[in-house]
Design a protein around this ligand. Structure first.
Ligand code: 13P
Ligand code: SF4
Length: 303
């Protein structure tokens, strides 16, 4: 089916079923265009809570749909592709976290939202890249076990007096951006501002003019007077920025920085999701209740 027909069908079904489509910035352009809301992980959590819809189609990866289902159990949350996962979220299990908690009994557990519901249920509070520093600094405990992203953990450690215990997880999309890539781009474009996501390695972040979540990067481009930027995150952001600011220049920190899991979501899979009510994401109640506490605590801090 042509894109226009797919979009027409999606819009029709969305209205009939009182559904909304929430999309992350890393999905394909056409998916973002059909979405009711496009945002970073934090704003997507808030949009899920605020939505008056009966059905949320989550154009993103599994942990995002799971978070929506945890905080909005009265809504049906659909993930169009059941195996659209996040490899970083799979780098920690609840069992492994329980073992680590035994080794650090005085540490508060902060888990990045890029984690399973079971891991959230074992954590004191969640964070996203937009609020990780505030979340950690809001805690009474002087010791923090930060899971699963080591790079975000190192970034937070630079902005707190607390002792941070790291987990060896990482996002392959950001981990593969190297300091060499940045050195070369900086030589080619000496006036460009380098904006980076905190999932990048510390040696890459050391070159950054600003370190932000995906929304933060977009806002910084809007705010800054610069006309050239090196963008250290997933490539879809570069494509969106080029369309939005045709007079500015954007260079991807790496041509290879693409999240194939986000790209699994297509117009066809979104339509199928609405037609067949697939794939319903639901969390067992005993896990959901505990995970919700960790997510709500984060949302209270984030306003
Ligand atoms: P944010 O959208 O919160 O910046 O996170 C990026 C990401 O990798 C989501 O998986
Ligand atoms: Fe996971 Fe990285 Fe993809 Fe985000 S960009 S969903 S952290 S693999």
């Amino acid at each position: 089916m042509e894109n226009e027909l797919l979009i027409e069908e999606i819009k029709k079904l969305k209205a009939e079923r009182n559904a909304v489509i929430l999309s992350h910035f890393y999905t394909r352009r056409e998916v973002q265009e059909v979405a009711d809301f496009v945002g970073d992980s934090l704003s997507l959590c808030k949009a899920a809570v605020d939505s008056k819809a009966d059905i949320i189609v989550f154009a993103g990866v599994h942990f995002m749909a799971e978070s929506a289902s945890i905080i909005s159990p009265d809504k049906v949350v659909l993930l169009p592709v059941p195996d659209a996962g996040c490899p970083m979220a799979d780098m920690i299990t609840a069992e492994a976290l329980r073992d680590a908690k035994e080794k650090h009994p005085d540490a508060a557990v902060v888990c990045y939202v890029n984690s399973s519901a079971a891991v959230k249920a074992e954590s004191d509070i969640c964070c996203t890249s937009a609020n990780a520093i505030n979340v950690v600094n809001s805690l009474e405990s002087q010791e923090v076990l930060f899971v699963p992203d080591k790079n975000l953990g190192v970034f937070v450690a630079l902005h707190t007096d607390k002792k941070i215990h790291l987990w060896p997880g990482f996002c392959h999309v950001h981990e593969n951006i190297s300091d060499k890539d940045i050195e070369e781009l900086k030589k080619l474009h000496p006036d460009a501002e380098f904006l980076a996501h905190p999932e990048c390695r510390p040696e890459v972040l050391s070159y950054a003019n600003g370190i932000f979540s995906t929304s933060g990067i977009i806002k910084e481009v809007e705010r800054s007077g610069s006309t050239e930027f090196i963008i250290g995150t997933e490539r879809e952001i570069v494509r969106s920025l080029r369309r939005k600011y045709p007079d500015k220049k954007f260079y991807p920190a790496s041509e290879k920085a693409s999240c194939y899991n986000m790209k699994k979501i297509t117009l066809e899979t979104v339509l199928n999701s609405l037609q067949n009510m697939e794939y319903v994401i639901r969390v067992p109640e005993h896990i959901r209740v505990k995970a919700r506490k960790a997510l709500n605590r984060m949302l209270e801090i984030s306003g």
